[in-house]
Design a protein around this ligand. Structure first.
Ligand SMILES: NC(=O)c1ccc[n+]([C@@H]2O[C@H](COP(=O)([O-])OP(=O)(O)OC[C@H]3O[C@@H](n4cnc5c(N)ncnc54)[C@H](OP(=O)(O)O)[C@@H]3O)[C@@H](O)[C@H]2O)c1
Length: 304
């Protein structure tokens, strides 16, 4: 497919934004919003936006979207740290819910497809792998994502929600990846405590780019779709696999239970994802974990 698709990305400076901008096919021309961190795009392809102040930016955003003739708005900006959000609930509501609703309205008004990145943390009850109908969020972050999803699907005729698993991949050094956090601790001689009692399906972040491309090519719409990796692992197992790939000494990786870390907001025990819907609708398949860890070790400029 050679047609140019103009995509407006919020959260372009974040971990996922960085991976999307690197991994998407050159048919996609990126436009973006910029908040605290500079986004590496020409000035005429970006707009300053604070999601806390979204209502005031509404008309300027509509004009920007119209002038750029945006085809897809991909909303990935968020307060993305669960514990930060529990401590600042008002801010979390403004950024993760109210601003999302307004962006959804802008996208509808200007005729673009709206893609929203939600989370596997909406699956807090029961054992995985979870299908899309299993959501039962309790954590504030997850509840806000779930409410935002509901608003989007009720108010936008051409929207898709991706419920993304825990992501790993290269980072831009601003918003650090979990692998860089692990590496930093190990290199500083600190203990790395990782949960043994929370199961996830870690996903190679660039695989989300493949899903976005597939949905625009196949014109999939009005769907909630899980995007998770091919294996159900707990964080501790993922840490050991990462240490093995990177050749780290794993003696400082300490298994813990979530219940032992009382300062953290409580998460679900099994947030692993069943991705058969993504396979069926998008012909999307996640990349093998060990292969991706090896690729990260060989390719990422910022990691050893
Ligand atoms: N990373 C994961 O494992 C994971 C898993 C599942 C779902 N997700 C979802 O994927 C999306 C991206 O996550 P991420 O890991 O890329 O997050 P991140 O690295 O923390 O990036 C957050 C982005 O949001 C922007 N942002 C934050 N507050 C803002 C505000 N008030 N106004 C405008 N922009 C603001 C940040 O820009 P500045 O730095 O300039 O403020 C940054 O670009 C989120 O919706 C997250 O919930 C992530």
């Amino acid at each position: 497919m050679n047609t140019e698709i103009r995509i407006f990305l919020t959260g372009a400076s974040g971990f996922l934004g960085y991976n999307l901008m690197r991994a998407m096919s050159p048919n996609y021309t990126f436009y973006a919003s910029e908040h605290r961190t500079e986004v590496p795009l020409p000035a005429d392809r970006k707009i300053r936006l604070n999601l806390m102040d979204m209502a005031r930016s509404y008309h300027e955003m509509v004009e920007f979207q119209r002038n750029a003739n945006i085809h897809v708005m991909l909303h990935s900006a968020a307060m993305a740290q669960p514990d930060e959000r529990e401590k600042n609930p008002d801010r979390a509501v403004a950024v993760n819910l109210e601003a999302t609703k307004l962006l959804c309205d802008i996208s509808r008004e200007t005729g673009s497809t709206f893609v929203f990145t939600s989370t596997d943390l909406v699956y807090e009850k029961g054992e995985g792998p979870h299908k899309e109908s299993d959501a039962a969020p309790e954590l504030l972050y997850a509840r806000l994502k779930y409410e935002a999803e509901d608003y989007i699907l009720r108010n936008h005729p051409d929207a898709v929600v991706f419920r993304c698993a825990l992501l790993f991949g290269p980072d831009n050094g601003h918003e650090v990846s979990m692998i860089r956090r692990m590496k930093n601790r190990i290199e500083n001689g600190e203990q790395l405590t990782l949960f043994t009692d929370q199961f996830r399906t870690p996903l190679w972040a660039p695989d989300i780019a493949k899903a976005v491309e597939a949905l625009t090519e196949k014109k999939v719409s009005h769907e909630i779709i899980n995007l998770g990796g091919p294996e159900r692992l707990n964080r501790y197992e993922f840490g050991l696999r990462t240490a093995h790939a990177f050749g780290w000494d794993n003696s400082s990786i300490v298994p813990v239970k979530m219940a032992d870390l009382t300062h953290l907001a409580k998460r679900g025990n099994d947030c692993s994802l069943d991705c058969s819907r993504a396979v069926e609708l998008l012909e999307w398949h996640p990349s093998p974990i060990d292969e991706c860890l090896q690729r990260l070790k060989n390719e990422a400029p910022h990691l050893p």
